[in-house]
Structures are given as structure tokens and as C-alpha cells.
Design a protein around this ligand. Structure first.
Ligand code: GDP
Ligand code: MG
Length: 168
């Protein structure tokens, strides 16, 4: 039987919760001081989309994003993308457009979503919902609000992307 595998890249500024999201989704764990994994490129999880097994492969960076030093190998063959910013980090919100361009340059047009993570910290938010919605609209991507900490909405992100890839 044919197996479908989807490589998903997760981009966004350092500290927005990318590594935590991958750990949460693939291992079901959340640790407050998750140490940057050395030597682990990706984790995976199998899900069912319309009765078919789909392998979701989530590629992590080892913090290179903080030095704008993500390699081409990271993007190679990516079929879907998550652009993440943090509810409490204005710079990460401002950087979303640049991340979108970067991924487009490396991967072309692939199914992409915008994720506002750390929604559990909404009281310390540095961005209004209107601003966030407008950004998603201008980029032409679907918006998800997640809390990796509270396990809110995380699996919906990957289910949505897998379904999108499946349709192509
Ligand atoms: P990365 O640099 O984008 O990979 O971010 P990390 O996964 O290393 O997370 C940075 C920090 O944010 C860590 O201390 C995480 O525990 C914390 N974090 C991640 N997701 C959430 C969340 O949904 N809510 C809160 N409050 N903290 C989070
Ligand atoms: Mg990380």
C-alpha cells in the first residue's frame, strides 16, 4: 500500500515555541525548559486522513533561525509550512512576512498556515486580533491560535495542512 509522507517545515523567530510544538505533537510532552535538540532533525507522527495513513514529518531547527542561518537542506522537499509567532513577542509578529518570503524563495508556493502560539498568555498580548487576522488575510493563509503549553489547537494545524497536501 502506498504511504503518504509530508515534510513540514516550522519557521519563525527563536523562542516562539517551534521545538515545543514538535515535541508536543509527536511525543505528547511539554517541558518548560526544553533544551535545543542536537542531532535530531525531525520527529514524526502518523495520522489518518480520509482512511489513509499519512506520515507527518516535522523538521526542527537547532536555533539557527536566531542567526538567520537556516540551511537550504532544511527547506529541501518541504511540502507544507507553519509560520509561527508568539502572542508575547512583537518582533516575532513583525518577522512573519519575511519568513513567508524566505519559505517561498526556497520552496515555492506550498500549503502554509500562520500560527499564533502562546495563546494562554493572551492577557500579555502584544498584538490585537484584528492585526493578526489582517496579516493572515494579506498573506493569504489560514490562521490558527494555539497553546502548545495547554495543548490547544496544535493537532488541528497539522491535520489542516495534511488535508491540503492530500487535495493537491
Ligand atoms: P523555539 O525557539 O521557537 O524552538 O521555541 P521553544 O520551543 O524553545 O520555546 C521557547 C519557550 O517558550 C520555552 O520556554 C517554552 O516552554 C515556551 N513555550 C512554548 N510554547 C508555549 C505556549 O504555548 N505557552 C507558553 N506560555 N509558553 C510556551
Ligand atoms: Mg527550537
Amino acid at each position: 500500500e502506498l504511504e503518504i509522507a509530508i515534510k513540514v517545515v516550522i519557521v519563525g523567530n527563536g523562542g516562539v515555541g517551534k521545538s515545543s510544538m514538535i515535541q508536543r505533537y509527536c511525543k505528547g510532552i511539554y517541558t518548560k525548559d526544553y533544551k535545543k535538540t542536537i542531532g535530531v532533525d525531525f520527529l514524526e507522527r502518523m495520522i489518518d486522513i480520509d482512511g489513509e495513513d499519512v506520515r507527518i514529518m516535522l523538521w526542527d531547527t537547532a536555533g539557527q533561525e536566531e542567526f538567520d542561518a537556516i540551511t537550504k537542506a532544511y527547506y529541501r522537499g518541504a511540502q507544507a509550512c507553519v509560520i509561527t509567532f508568539s502572542t508575547t513577542d512583537r518582533n516575532s509578529f513583525e518577522a512573519v512576512k519575511d519568513w513567508k518570503k524566505k519559505v517561498e524563495n526556497e520552496c515555492g508556493e506550498i500549503p502554509t498556515v500562520l500560527v499564533q502560539n502562546k495563546i494562554d498568555l493572551i492577557e500579555q498580548s502584544i498584538v490585537t486580533f484584528e492585526e493578526t487576522e489582517l496579516l493572515a488575510k494579506n498573506l493569504g493563509v489560514r490562521l490558527f491560535q494555539t497553546s502548545v503549553k495547554e495543548d490547544l489547537n496544535v493537532s488541528n494545524v497539522f491535520r489542516f495542512l495534511a488535508t491540503k497536501c492530500h487535495e493537491i
